[in-house]
Ligand binder design. Structure first.
Ligand code: KMH
Ligand code: ZN
Length: 284
């Protein structure tokens, strides 16, 4: 694992997701203007990367290139936060629809490293399919467009797919691995310190790690990520609460708390350009 410089932390905000709705937390941004406004507020608080899901006018998940383009344009008119699109999409999207967003040319995109089942909400029991053939096809498309993949790993078994991409030369150093912990999916490990430590043991040598704990573990495990020299992800895609029984008011509120904790640990949030340098992206 490549540790971040001791005095830095890279913060990603995942604001919208595919499985949470305004009825669960009215602060979730869905429309392009809302997503961009919120991304700017998160950038001002210290987020360097914005992980993006698109929604249509009715709030349903979409892979539409036009929607993603509008989101990118609106964000880029306000700040230079790194734009990372989701190719996980949502349960209603086909294989092709999930990567339509790549045509809007994000700097990064998520790349899910295995298949699981959704375990809660309206999509309970639906598969989240990511076969090796699909993963390779997605990453080839990203490579062709110069988009850096964030490899999403939910369990130890998924390192087999990470290794496969490295062996085939389909990903470039520094590899960027996002460890997603918590029971949003059957097939994902629990969000505990023990699992986080043991996943870290399996990271490839040249990997920068990001930590995405789902639900109530978001605060303790993102704090642990900072201590271990990793990056972290917060936001309402993964956690709609600020604390037990209290909904988060905004994504920026969750970023601001992560920054307060970082500063207590003598770390500053990396700017987008500092993060670009660490991750091997073109500096803006
Ligand atoms: N919703 C997260 C637990 C993606 O968008 O590709 C996983 C995720 C995957 O963010
Ligand atoms: Zn996502």
């Amino acid at each position: 694992m490549i540790k971040l410089p001791e005095d830095k932390v890279i913060i990603t905000v995942a604001q919208t997701g595919a499985l949470v709705t305004k009825s669960m937390n009215p602060g979730i941004p869905e429309q392009p203007g809302e997503i961009a406004e919120s991304a700017y507020a998160c950038y001002q608080e210290g987020a360097a990367i914005c992980h993006i899901h698109g929604r249509d006018k009715e709030g349903k998940t979409t892979g539409s290139k036009e929607v993603f383009q509008e989101i990118h344009d609106k964000i880029r008119s306000k700040c230079n936060i790194i734009v990372q699109d989701s190719t996980g999409g949502g349960p209603n999207l086909s294989f092709e629809q999930r990567i339509e967003c790549l045509q809007a040319k994000p700097e990064m995109a998520s790349l899910n490293m295995g298949s699981m089942m959704r375990v809660s909400g309206q999509y309970k029991g639906t598969p989240f399919a990511n076969m090796r053939e699909d993963i390779e096809a997605y990453v080839a498309r990203m490579k062709g467009l110069g988009i850096k993949p964030e490899m999403e790993v939910y369990s130890h078994a998924m390192f087999r797919e990470v290794e496969n991409l490295i062996q085939k030369g389909l990903v470039e150093k520094p590899y960027y691995v996002n460890l997603v912990l918590g029971m949003m999916y059957q097939g994902a490990v629990d969000a505990t310190p023990k699992y986080l430590n043991s996943l870290i043991d399996f990271l490839p040598q040249d990997a920068v790690v990001n930590v995405t704990p789902v639900g109530v573990a978001q605060l303790p495990l993102t704090t642990m990520a900072m201590i271990l020299g990793g990056c972290l992800r917060v936001g309402m895609e993964d956690n709609i609460y600020y604390r037990k029984g209290e909904l988060a008011k905004s994504n920026a509120q969750l970023v601001a708390r992560a920054v307060r904790i970082a500063r207590e640990l003598n770390k500053e949030p990396a700017t987008p350009d500092e993060a670009r340098k660490i991750l091997g992206l073109k500096v803006s």
